[in-house]
Design a protein around this ligand. Sequence first.
Ligand SMILES: [Zn+2]
Length: 365
Amino acid sequence: MAKIARFQIVLLLFFIGIAQGFSQKTTKTENVILITLDGLRWQELFKGADSLLVDDTGMIHSPGTLLGDFWNTDPKVRREMLFPFFWGTIAQKGQIYGNRAYGNKVDNSNKMWFSYPGYNEILSGFADDERITSNSKINNPNVTFLEHLNRLPEFRGKVMAFGSWDVFPYIINEQRSGIPVNAGFDLAEGENLTEVERTINRLQQEIRGPWDEVRLDPFTHHYALEAIKKNKPRVVYIAYGETDDWAHGGKYDRYLLSAHQTDKYIREIWETIQADPQYKDKTTLIIGVDHGRGITKSSWKGHGESIPEAGQIWLMAMGPDTPASGELKTKGQWSSAMVARTIFKLLGLEYPDSKAAPSIEEMFK
Ligand SMILES: [Zn+2]
């Protein structure tokens, strides 16, 4: 009798479990990869290389060097030359927001238009113009969506972040959140380093990039790619950084080459996860940016509140729950603050912070 009762209880719990599973989750997304390219303009994303800058001797090292690979009089051809994965794959199977020629607008909701406020907005779901007012290495008082996920038993220890800029451990508040953030000149750590991780560690110590606070993106990319293969995290954030630093330096050739390389990196991430049964057709890729930049020969180098166009940005998504709408051509307004709640909804979860912007309904079938 006792045995039967126990069996019935187990059976009951089993059906309750199934019922909860059905009632809670209607989406197919089980993993999320969020990627950002620091300060990459919507102008290049939608129109390719800029006619004003592509062969300006003040912006590039040697005249003519970009024309063969990146120039065509048709902006649609140019953008495919610059971003073959974005326009060949995401535009076919996913969504691309932010082409202002159609009145399809994505903007920052913060008014600062530089990096920390931009990343805070994407990661925590709201602008915080009272407290996030500099790029200083201050632990973020706001809780990011990464941290909210890492607090849930089913995601704990399965959230990882990689960034080229050394401020990410503070933006993500590595100390409080417990999320491992490999950023700046951090090395891969731990007992069981792979051969690849040991090699990247060595190369990172041997190759000095041009900047003190930002490493070259290949290190960030290969640490992230290796960690995806090795640790199979459910949520990964990768923050590429080169585009912004080359732009600040006024080097349009390096800015374009880096943007083009990052498109290749993102293809590699996508092909890697689509070849792995844990991720294949169960993973949504979201790609965004922390701020825009100016549009003149001098203002394209910078951003911030004094540059009127610097709050204009873009956004992309591709995954099993997202309609293949391609380039959105409808009038509308979105913001990067909407990403955090959208990611929770993709995972079948309610975002726990009421301050966060709404989710992007167009990203759901
Ligand atoms: Zn930035």
